[in-house]
Design a binder for this molecule. Structure first.
Ligand code: SAH
Length: 268
């Protein structure tokens, strides 16, 4: 995925979007917004173009492979055993998190709208023998079909790629049973996250292809928390995810200023 942004333009975009108030997103779209779909096709195309590399741990998806054991462990810390739990992974991509939860004993459904990624996910499942039910459906449409059917919903590194993240949060809140858990992860929006997640990760360290992330789509924890509350999801925990470029090690941390994860629970 080739970025079209040049350096100076990138900084101009930052200043424009950082100081514009309020941000474009999380402007409280009405509930049951019947818009046909909450999709940015260009975002899906980025992931489709790379789909064959989902399971190459040295590819553009290396960071997702590297953080997966951390996020899986963190989910397990909250829910206890995943064994026998019904889980839906929203924006599952090639199935990195979905498969790992299935290996841990969960009955996992993975949903995404990038068909190529789902194809790779299914092929990988055949090879690994790990059973996950992959479906090409939006979170909103799936919630209309399967409301209250899941013990756990995961939605990781996905909200920053959709036009209306609040609508996805709402759908996640509908999919989970009363008392069930919904886990999100995304990128914070502030000067540091611009420097680390875009300039650092895409331009200097080249951990991710240029253009992977768009600063104005990043989400402040306060925005995600407000959106969760509207979806009847209480915030139980928020934790940061840090990267040390010298040691090439990722770790959970108290610093939520760049990457962060949020654990929420649906009102009983
Ligand atoms: N959740 C996975 C993949 C993250 S990459 C993980 O953390 O390992 C982001 C994923 O979101 C991609 O697979 C992309 O296809 C998906 N995505 C983007 N927009 C989407 C939408 N509107 N509906 C469903 N999935 C979407």
């Amino acid at each position: 995925m080739k970025g079209s942004r040049t350096g100076p333009l990138l900084f101009l975009r930052f200043f424009f979007f950082h100081f514009r108030n309020p941000p474009r997103r999380f402007m409280n779209t009405p509930a049951n917004n019947a818009a046909p779909s909450n999709v940015d096709q260009a975002e899906l195309d980025k992931f489709s173009a790379l789909a064959s590399r989902w399971w190459d741990p040295e590819s553009e998806f290396k960071p997702l492979h590297a953080i997966n054991p951390l996020r899986l462990g963190w989910i397990q810390q909250h829910v206890g055993s995943l064994s026998g739990k019904r889980v839906v992974d929203v924006g599952c991509g090639g199935g990195i998190l979905a498969e790992s939860m299935a290996v841990a004993g969960a009955d996992v459904t993975g949903i995404d709208l990038a068909e190529k990624s789902l194809k790779i996910a299914r092929l990988h499942g055949l090879e690994s023998g790990v059973k996950v039910d992959y479906r090409a459906v939006s979170a909103e449409d799936f919630a209309a079909q399967q409301a209250g059917q899941f013990d756990i919903v995961t939605c990781m590194e996905m909200l920053e790629h959709v036009p209306d993240p609040g609508s996805v949060v709402r759908a996640c809140g509908e999919l989970v049973k009363p008392g069930g858990w919904v886990f999100f992860s995304t990128l914070n929006r502030n000067p540091k996250s611009f420097l680390f997640a875009i300039v650092g990760a895409e331009y200097l360290l080249r951990l991710l292809p240029r253009g992977t992330h768009t600063y104005e789509n990043f989400i402040k924890p306060s925005e995600l928390a407000a959106s969760a509350r509207q979806a009847k999801l209480g915030v139980i925990d928020m934790t940061g995810l840090g990267y040390n470029p010298i040691t090439d090690i990722y770790a959970l941390s108290r610093d939520t200023s760049v990457n962060y994860l949020v654990a929420t629970r649906r009102e009983a």
